[in-house]
Design a protein around this ligand. Structure first.
Ligand code: NAD
Length: 293
């Protein structure tokens, strides 16, 4: 029997993810506040619905891909919990704060639903290509039910532990990424000012102890290392505004557990400056331009 999935939030990421569910034989009932997002979902083969309740009614699973915690809170507490049939599996793939994720899953469990937080690594291209990595928080039983659905949208599905731990993995990873990107940019900018050719610095550092993913997979300098957004005027890739969003979530989560994150806090401040300069839509590696002055 075909499994029916209610998909709520069909924006840049959700649109491609829903299309991959359809390609993998799932039926999709779609809802988004945006008429154009809903139109695109219909063109991909989903059934457009008039409300979240309408999408969820009769579905076997619910997948949400929403901007932030307040939207997840509103959609689950305002619609999903009331409209879902008993035993529906609920998957929130949005990147949100750990606290809202844990609270929403606790309410779901109280109401008898299995639910996971399953944020993603990978951007719009990975969402379109079914190549996302999912980091999943929730019980073993909920993870095993969610896994086949997530596998239809991604290349890796990893159980990170209890509820909220998917979000914890996502923000810790992106805090590390933000800090290593800034450090890599600082080193390239300084090397050039001292008179060291950036290609020669890359050749040395990429096989030395300063090597990182930010350097060898996503080099922030055009013409150095593999093809990256730097080679495309810092267009495409991972927007600086989204990096700032994740860093804010990381610093907020750190404060809640008294974790000391001076590098993360500095990374947040620097990305805030980049976004304030009107560069939020550019790829996050464009922070090298800010550091060069
Ligand atoms: P987006 O703004 O393009 O899409 C979000 C969609 O949710 C929009 O279409 C909006 O209309 C819809 N929406 C908002 N409130 C709603 C509601 N109450 N009911 C129904 N629909 C509603 O955002 P996106 O880029 O697709 O990102 C979605 C999530 O994925 C975010 O949490 C983001 O941090 C995360 N993420 C994004 C990327 C990326 O590269 N874009 C990468 C990894 C993770």
């Amino acid at each position: 029997m075909t499994t029916t999935i209610a998909f709520i939030g069909l924006g840049n990421m959700g649109g491609g993810m829903a299309a991959n569910l359809l390609k993998n034989g799932y039926a999709v009932r779609a809802f988004d506040l945006s008429a154009s997002a809903l139109d695109k979902a219909r063109e991909a083969g989903a059934v457009p619905c008039a409300s979240a309740e309408d999408a969820v009614a009769g579905a076997d699973a619910v997948v949400t891909m929403l901007p932030a915690g307040k939207h997840v809170d509103a959609v689950y507490n305002g619609s999903v919990f009331a409209a879902a049939k008993p035993d529906t599996i609920l998957l929130d793939c949005s990147t949100i704060d750990v606290e809202t994720a844990r609270r929403t899953i606790a309410v779901a469990e109280e109401k008898g639903f299995a639910m996971v937080d399953a944020p993603v690594s990978g951007g719009i291209a990975a969402a379109n290509g079914g190549a996302l990595t999912f980091m999943v928080g929730g019980t073993d039983a909920a993870f095993h039910r969610a896994k086949p659905i997530l596998s239809a949208m991604g290349k890796a599905v990893i159980h990170a532990g209890a509820a909220g731990n998917g979000q914890a993995a996502k923000i810790c990873n992106n805090m590390l990424l933000g800090a290593t990107m800034i450090a890599t940019c600082e080193a390239f900018a300084m090397a050039q000012k001292i008179g060291l050719d950036p290609q020669i610095f890359y050749d040395i550092s990429s096989v030395s102890s300063g090597q990182s993913w930010s350097m060898t997979s996503y080099c922030p300098l055009p013409g150095v290392g593999p093809d990256s957004p730097a080679d495309n005027g810092y267009e495409g890739g991972f927007a600086a505004a989204l990096m700032l969003k994740d860093l804010k979530l990381a610093v907020e989560a750190a404060a809640a557990v008294n974790a000391s994150v001076p590098m993360g806090s500095n990374a947040e401040a620097l990305y805030q400056m980049l976004v304030n300069n009107g560069e939020g839509a550019k790829d996050f590696s464009s922070i090298i331009q800010l550091l060069r002055g």
